[in-house]
Design a protein around this ligand. Structure first.
Ligand SMILES: [Zn+2]
Length: 88
């Protein structure tokens, strides 16, 4: 399995949510999230994603309201990342 970086996760998290990644890419993304302290620490999004994904494995898709809330969080996180690089 390929090592991916945080940028890979940021760029693909929407597709990941929408189930548009290949199984391999999704595995790589999940693998990174599991191993990356940055992604784990910086975003509650990751936790939400993991719950969402886990739920999606066994149950019907998450309610649209939950999905929208997660997508909103994604945008918040992305703005934070864009505006605050290198700030202590
Ligand atoms: Zn990361």
């Amino acid at each position: 399995m390929r090592e991916v970086d945080c940028r890979f996760v940021e760029e693909r998290v929407h597709q990941f949510l929408d189930g548009e990644l290949t199984e391999r890419e999704a595995d790589e993304l999940r693998h990174h999230i599991d191993a990356c302290a940055h992604c784990l620490d910086e975003t509650d999004l990751i936790d939400a994603l993991r719950k969402l994904v886990r739920r999606a494995c066994a149950c019907p898709p998450a309610p649209e309201t939950l999905r929208l809330r997660v997508v909103t969080q994604i945008h918040t996180v992305r703005f934070t990342v864009v505006e605050g690089p290198g700030t202590p």
